[in-house]
Ligand binder design. Structure first.
Ligand SMILES: *[C@@H]1O[C@H](CO)[C@@H](O)[C@H](O)[C@H]1NC(C)=O
Ligand SMILES: *[C@@H]1O[C@H](CO)[C@@H](O)[C@H](O)[C@H]1NC(C)=O
Ligand SMILES: *[C@@H]1O[C@H](CO)[C@@H](O)[C@H](O)[C@H]1NC(C)=O
Ligand SMILES: *[C@@H]1O[C@H](CO)[C@@H](O)[C@H](O)[C@H]1NC(C)=O
Length: 504
């Protein structure tokens, strides 16, 4: 059968080379020295071992165990990286990754959210970090990736209470102290700008709160106020952890710290002034909600005008603290979404985040994960996003923390492994990224979402983004490289080709 294999390998190489030539993107050496290429995951989505070695539930465990996912799935086992991290780090090394982006499960490390540390949790993250470092792969660590301990949710409604600031800061302190000698890249929170929209307005991700008539299945919550309170407390928690890192660790450990936001680009569906204004409103609510406080010390004026007294105020001190609280900003970018103006509707229940923006096209779930297949991507969305961030937010240091293409259905049959569309998508986006850098955007790194198939937060196991496929029916969770893994490997490990990207 050897000739079959040889034929298969040359066929793959032919395809890969062909795609490369047709896109003009040759290798990573087109990028500035020091630019970091990696791939990512998050704790609940990839670790498994959910009730093992002293870990207690996070809000995702309770949510999935209540049967709330479309496919009724859980992250109890998922890709089981907890038991396979050595094998996975070898695969990362083979791929030529400079960095691996992952998150720490707060309830694995400090099971009740505060108080006693779980020694086995501490041991796991030390092992993972050491394994990465031993292969020269930089750990890029997120402290809270859409997940917090269920006990803090039960105790005081999690990030709706100012008590959360102190607990988060203490947890961050512990992580800096234990891991900061080896971890030089910290992110406090992942995607606060969707966490509270999904978790506290629409109620379709944990903690699954909302109020009639705004969300789905609302028994507890307040959609009109909680999304704004939640982001406010998360921002203050971020600023507090950063202040501590700067005062106590940064000078010695020489690391960087920031926050990561979901960053779609938005395009008006028409040239009408109303649709153009709606698109700007969408950008202010989606990006400005987080970036304005981080750069200018307050929420956008548009939001203050529309949301009024439901939007919390910052004290002068808090403003000052926020303004300088990011060494780097992470952007999770997938695509552009079309925006159409909708007249603002009021009801006796008031208004929620969605009605505050009053646009059609906000509904991320159908737009991102149900659109099948996402065949009409246009990677200029990334260039437009980066240009907007550069101009509006004083050209901050940026890392693309997520970029990738979903596929649906069977995840590891022959067809699912031959993910040519994903190869085209990644190539196209990486090329756009390079053009943005050449046009002055200060981008420091790029991470594919995701390193391997895992529990996806909107679709469970019904969609997959991995460079590696995982056989979820196999007890051993065998990993299979997709064509995209082979392409990324060749992109990362190939010597510089003299033609470069300019020949495109
Ligand atoms: C969350 O899950 C844990 C463990 O299954 C359970 O003890 C607890 O009651 C749950 N809490 C809520 C609010 O559902
Ligand atoms: C939400 O909070 C606002 C402001 O406190 C209040 O006016 C409104 O009645 C609350 N809504 C619900 C459903 O509790
Ligand atoms: C504001 O910051 C200043 C200087 O950092 C500090 O002395 C003061 O106590 C702070 N005030 C409040 C209300 O936190
Ligand atoms: C490149 O940057 C300049 C200055 O910000 C801007 O005017 C121009 O539109 C940018 N080009 C692209 C393609 O984004």
């Amino acid at each position: 059968m050897a000739w079959v294999m040889r034929f298969f390998v040359s066929f793959i190489l032919f395809i890969v080379t062909h795609i490369q030539l047709s896109n003009g993107l040759k290798s990573r050496s087109d990028f500035p020295t020091g630019f970091v290429f990696g791939a990512g995951s998050s704790a609940y989505q990839i670790e498994g071992a959910a009730a093992e070695d002293g870990r207690k539930p996070g809000i995702w465990d309770n949510y999935t165990h209540a049967g709330k996912m479309v496919d009724k799935s859980t992250g109890d086992i998922t890709s089981d990286q907890y038991h396979h991290y050595k094998e996975d780090v070898k695969l990362m090394h083979k791929m030529g990754l400079d960095a691996y982006r992952f998150s720490i499960s707060w309830s694995r490390l400090i099971p009740d959210g505060h108080g006693a540390v779980n020694p086995k949790g501490l041991n796991y993250y030390n092992n993972l970090i050491n394994e990465l470092v031993s292969y020269g792969i930089e750990p890029h660590v997120t402290l809270s990736h859409l997940d917090i301990p269920q006990s803090l949710q039960d105790e005081y409604d999690g990030y709706l209470s100012p008590k959360f600031i102190e607990d988060f800061t203490a947890y961050a302190d512990f992580c800096f102290k234990e891991f900061g000698d080896r971890v030089k890249h910290w992110i406090t929170f992942n995607e606060p700008n969707i966490q509270t929209v999904g978790g506290n307005d629409l109620g379709d991700i944990p903690p699954s709160r909302c109020s009639y008539p705004f969300g789905v299945d609302c028994s507890i919550g307040n959609s009109t106020t909680e999304p704004y309170i939640g982001v406010h407390i998360i921002l203050l928690s971020h600023a507090s952890a950063v202040q501590l890192y700067r005062a106590k660790y940064q000078e010695i450990q020489r690391g960087q710290i920031g926050i990561t936001i979901l960053a779609f680009w938005y395009e008006p569906v028409s040239g009408s002034p109303k649709d153009i204004a709606a698109t700007q409103r969408m950008l202010e609510f989606h990006l400005g909600w987080i970036l304005d406080p981080l750069v200018y010390g307050d929420y956008p004026a548009t939001m203050r005008n529309i949301v009024g007294s439901r939007l919390p105020l910052f004290t002068k001190n808090e403003s000052e603290q926020l303004k300088s609280s990011c060494d780097v900003i992470g952007l999770n970018h997938y695509s552009a979404l079309p925006i159409k103006d909708l007249p603002r509707t009021f009801s006796k229940y008031g208004s929620d985040y969605v009605r505050d923006i009053s646009v059609k096209g906000l509904f991320l779930k159908p737009m991102l994960h149900r659109q099948e297949p996402m065949s009409h991507f246009d990677s200029r969305s990334l260039q437009r996003l980066l240009e907007y961030v550069k101009v509006k937010y004083k050209n901050p240091a940026v890392v693309i923390h997520e970029n990738g293409l979903p596929a649906h259905g069977e995840n590891y049959n022959a067809q699912a492994l031959k993910d040519t569309k994903r190869v085209e998508y990644l190539q196209s986006y990486i090329r756009s990224l390079l053009l943005s850098i050449r046009n002055g955007s200060d981008v420091r790194g790029y991470f594919v979402w995701s390193f391997m198939d895992c529990f996806e937060i909107l679709d469970g196991y019904e969609s997959h983004f991995g460079l590696y496929a995982v056989d979820f029916n196999d007890e051993k969770r065998k990993r299979y490289p997709r064509m995209s893994a082979k392409w990324f490997t060749s992109f990362l490990t190939k010597e510089k080709n003299s033609a470069g990207i300019s020949s495109y």
